[in-house]
Design a binder for this molecule. Sequence first.
Ligand SMILES: CC(C)(COP(=O)(O)OP(=O)(O)OC[C@H]1O[C@@H](n2cnc3c(N)ncnc32)[C@H](O)[C@@H]1OP(=O)(O)O)[C@@H](O)C(=O)NCCC(=O)NCCS
Length: 148
Amino acid sequence: MPPRIRSAAEDDLPALAHLDAEVFPAEPYPFYVLRQFFDLYSDHLLVLADGHTLYGYVLATSPKAGLSWILSLAITQDLQGQGLGRRLMVESLSHLRSEGVHEVRLTVDPDNDPAVFLYRHLGFVLAGDLRKDYFGPGEHRLLMTLAL
Ligand SMILES: CC(C)(COP(=O)(O)OP(=O)(O)OC[C@H]1O[C@@H](n2cnc3c(N)ncnc32)[C@H](O)[C@@H]1OP(=O)(O)O)[C@@H](O)C(=O)NCCC(=O)NCCS
């Protein structure tokens, strides 16, 4: 069965934590954070999976006053660069648009070229200068925004 995009289910959480640890080895989300994201945002948590394996996910916040944040996006290392991250983002943005979202925000490491390229290709633009120490000392981030 080819991988397809679907909403996450509760029993995806162990595989999601495994994928997150593989893709973000320095700072994966602790399991309890993923659990709480699922409880809060399962309507906006999409996974790319076949019957056995989870290959990617995207997590957005529920809209609030027409604004949503993309909190995380990841594709398993073996499948990066094949258009799957873009597919997940397009699906998530389309869902958000259908809910009346008019602005999407995200933050990204300024050295993360693949992610910055992807977001730019999707129409995200920089919102201001580099946010120094955004996620704590030395953890600078770019804030990007997309008008839907
Ligand atoms: C960032 C990430 C989600 C992108 O997903 P992906 O499936 O590898 O990317 P895609 O193949 O969908 O590429 C999307 C676009 O980015 C471009 N791109 C991807 N990698 C690139 C690179 N290294 N340099 C330049 N452009 C790149 C592609 O050309 C493509 O553009 P196009 O669709 O206009 O042709 C994935 O690489 C990943 O999981 N990285 C580790 C986790 C991470 O950094 N997540 C983002 C945190 S903000």
